[in-house]
Each structure stands twice: as structure tokens, then as C-alpha cells.
Design a binder for this molecule. Structure first.
Ligand SMILES: *Cc1c(COP(=O)(O)O)cnc(C)c1O
Length: 434
């Protein structure tokens, strides 16, 4: 083992060489050095604001639903590591990947039946788009190659996903001239409990009908639009999309990368609406936050269409496809989730967030407070001062990562009531400071 670096050395090298998400080079804000993590706590290499531990309010971007250093998940990785960490997936297969695929088919809505294992959420969206375009091409309708989505979405940072992200929000407008031009509907009316506005749904149906001749698929995040703005909408809108897609021969892709595995209170957000997509993307919490893996699921109709076309293969195959370590821990994470009353846990966290964040509505500069499942959002009426907000949260002993006009949390489901209350205090402090 090399000599450990001091925090000062580490930060100097980080600043010199390491590019961080959504940042310039070198970064403007000094990152926090994490030495270890367990349960719902991150341990900084050196105390920050006098604290040796921070309660994690982010689940490492929705992923670590069971918290860190979980004995069951550690065992799954360790056990697999002793057998093999990786083999290629072309011409070879193995138990962790096969078990995982079968399990995913079992727990996702019927009639999803086939699973393509990708190495990140963005890649799983690329695969979903490729599947959709190729499906129509195989059926002799190559003109159907555009996508329709609603505004306010986020589907990842590679090229195809970027093209269906909100065209005004985020940073992707930079590429508006270079990206494929898709069809955008207005953002879905806000509110999980707000019955769909008939005028909005009529416009949505009309837009799908008008573009049906060149639409391959509609792609949306069901119920919760995450990184595009943390907005919730009524599940009935998904039923409208399902009907319109069926009526006009358009595939429906649901991007459940953020919402999958219980985050919204249903195992999959599609379950709130009782619908099934033709293609579904999963990622983030798939491996319990341990390793990078995502999945694109599709129906037999989609698979058979592709596999009977002029090029009867799906030409995609990441080097680390089906990685055994990731597949093993994903299987263990799903089993762990389903072996407990996870719905009660998510409800408990939801109740804690509702109680703890209610007072934020009274703060100056706060526009909206909303909670759904294990997601709590405080929306400001101005761009958040990220450095000040982060500092305020750390001062309360909590790790948060606000963005745009949002201070939000999606804690691990195992977060205890006192820690949920602490996270809420930190969100309030960050909203005041930011
Ligand atoms: C995070 C996210 C992605 C991208 O996943 P990566 O693993 O970051 O590539 C895509 N869609 C949604 C809804 C996401 O939340």
C-alpha cells in the first residue's frame, strides 16, 4: 500500500488533476474529502465545522438506499470477488447477471421481459433510444426516429439523453444546435395530487397524434422529474401517455433511474399509475449505490421486432456489460429491500420529512415545499448560493448538495427518525443561508 496522502496533499492533487461533476478545471469550490462511510454517515478525513461525521441527506445521488458499508451488500461483493470480478459478456454468461435479469423481470411491471445490462444510467437511456428507433426501422418504418418528451426532464449527460433533457434548464442548452431535435410538450402540471388538467392532456394527446408519423417513442421520468427540477406530477398523466402511445403507434419509455426501487413510495413509479412501458430504464439505486450498473428492460414485442429486422441484432455491448460484482450486489440489494417492509420505512421517512420541512414554507425566499416518498424539496425564489447553503448544512452536521433554486434531500430509507429531523433542520438552514 502506498503511504496515505495528507488532506492537504490530496486536495492539492485533486485541484491540479481531477475534474469533478459539472465543474470547471480547476474547481471553484473545495470538495470535502471523505475517508469512509457507514450506515447513514459520511466520515470526513478531517473534522469539518468541528464535526467528525455528517449525516448523508443525498444517498449519493439517489443510489445508497440502504446506507453505506452494509454487511449484506459487503458480503455479496466479497463473495463474488472471490469467484471472479469480471468476465466479458460476449459469448459468456454467469449466475449473478442471469439471476439479476430474471429478478428484474419478476418485480417490474408486466410485460417487460428482456434485460440489457448497461454500465450507467445515461448508457441505459442510449440503449432505450437505440432500441426504439431500431424497432420501427425493423418494421419498415425508418421515418419514426424522433422522440417526444415533456419539458423539465433529465435523462443523463451523454448525447441522446441530453437531447431529451429540458432544453432551457440545466447546462445542455449549450448544445441546442448540435443535438437531435426532438418534440417537447409543456412541463407536466405540478403536484402528485393535482388531477390532470383536461386542457393539458388534450394538448399532449394532440402533439403525439400530430407527430406520430415520425415519433419512435415518448420518453419521460414517471411521477418525479429529478435533476431537471425535482417536480412531481399526477400519475394519471402517465395513463394518458400510455393511451396516446398505443393509439398512435409510438413506444413509451419510462426512465425510472431515479424513481425505481421504492423512492416515491411505490416500487416503481409506473406502479402509481398501474401502467407498463414498452421500455424501462433502471440505474442509481439498482446496486444499492455500490457499483455502477444500469438496465434497459423491454417487452417481447420490442425484442422480436428488433430481432427480425434487416439487421437482426442490437448493436450494443459495453466492455463491462453485466459486470459480476455489480450484478451480485444489485441482486443482494433488491433482496434486502424486498425482505423488509420497505414501504413502511419510506412512509416513515416521508412523514418525518413532511413534519420537518413544513416550517421551511415560512422562510423568506422560499417558493414551495414538497415531499413525496423519501424525497423532500424546498424550492427557493432565487438561485441558491451553493457554497453558503452547503456550509450551513455541514454546520448542522448534514451533507446536502443543493442546485439551481433547490435545496433537497433523498436520504437512505434506513435513516432513523432523529437523523431525518436533523436533515430537515439542515435543509431549513441551507434554505435560509442560500
Ligand atoms: C441520474 C439519471 C440519469 C443518468 O444516469 P447516470 O448513471 O448518471 O448516467 C438518467 N435519468 C435519470 C432520471 C436520472 O436521474
Amino acid at each position: 500500500m502506498p503511504e496515505p496522502l495528507s488532506t492537504t496533499e490530496l486536495l492539492a492533487l485533486d485541484r491540479e488533476h481531477v475534474w469533478h461533476p459539472y465543474g470547471p478545471m480547476p474547481g471553484r469550490q473545495e470538495p470535502l474529502v471523505v475517508a469512509s462511510a457507514s450506515g447513514v454517515r459520511l466520515r470526513p478525513a478531517e473534522p469539518v465545522a468541528g464535526r467528525t461525521e455528517l449525516v448523508d441527506g443525498m444517498s449519493s445521488w439517489w443510489a445508497a438506499i440502504h446506507g453505506y458499508n452494509h454487511p449484506v451488500l459487503n458480503d455479496a461483493v466479497r463473495g463474488q470477488l472471490e469467484r471472479m470480478s469480471h468476465v466479458m459478456f460476449g459469448g459468456l454468461t454467469h449466475e449473478p447477471a442471469v439471476r439479476l435479469a430474471a429478478r428484474l423481470v419478476e418485480i417490474t411491471p408486466e410485460p417487460l421481459r428482456h434485460v440489457f445490462l448497461a454500465d450507467s444510467g445515461s448508457v441505459s437511456v442510449e440503449v432505450a433510444v437505440k432500441m426504439s428507433l431500431q424497432y420501427w426501422r425493423s418494421l419498415g418504418r425508418p421515418a419514426k426516429r424522433r422522440l417526444l418528451t415533456w419539458r423539465g426532464g433529465y435523462h443523463g449527460d451523454t448525447w441522446q439523453p441530453m437531447a431529451v433533457c429540458d432544453p432551457d434548464g440545466g447546462m445542455h442548452h449549450l448544445w441546442s444546435g448540435a443535438l437531435p431535435r426532438h418534440v417537447f410538450a409543456d412541463a407536466p402540471p405540478a403536484g402528485f395530487d393535482t388531477e390532470p388538467d383536461p386542457a393539458y392532456t388534450a394538448r399532449l394527446r394532440e402533439l403525439i397524434a400530430r407527430h406520430a408519423h415520425d415519433l419512435a417513442a415518448v420518453i419521460v421520468e414517471p411521477v418525479v422529474q429529478g435533476a431537471g427540477g425535482m417536480r412531481f406530477h399526477h400519475p394519471g398523466l402517465l395513463r394518458v401517455l400510455r393511451e396516446a402511445c398505443d393509439e398512435h403507434e409510438v413506444l413509451l419509455i419510462l426512465d425510472e433511474i431515479a424513481t425505481g426501487f421504492g423512492r416515491t413510495g411505490a416500487l416503481f413509479a409506473a406502479d402509481h399509475a398501474g401502467i407498463s412501458p414498452d421500455v424501462m430504464c433502471l440505474g442509481k439505486a439498482l446496486t444499492g449505490g455500490y457499483l455502477t450498473m444500469a438496465a434497459t428492460l423491454c417487452t417481447s414485442r420490442v425484442a422480436e421486432g428488433i430481432s427480425s429486422g434487416e439487421v437482426p441484432v442490437l448493436a450494443h455491448g459495453p466492455t463491462f456489460m453485466g459486470n459480476p460484482l455489480a450484478a451480485a450486489v444489485a441482486g443482494a440489494s433488491i433482496d434486502l429491500l424486498l425482505s423488509q417492509d420497505w414501504q413502511a420505512e419510506v412512509k416513515r421517512v416521508e412523514a418525518g420529512l413532511r413534519e420537518g420541512l413544513a416550517a421551511a414554507a415560512e422562510l423568506p425566499g422560499v417558493r414551495d415545499v414538497r415531499v413525496l416518498g423519501a424525497i423532500g424539496v424546498v424550492q427557493l425564489d432565487h438561485e441558491v448560493d451553493m457554497a453558503a447553503a452547503t456550509r450551513a448544512a455541514v454546520g448542522e452536521g448534514v451533507w446536502l448538495r443543493p442546485f439551481r433554486d433547490l435545496v433537497y434531500t433523498m436520504p437512505p430509507y434506513v435513516t432513523g427518525d432523529e437523523d431525518v429531523a436533523l436533515i430537515c433542520a439542515a435543509v431549513r438552514a441551507a434554505a435560509r443561508a442560500g
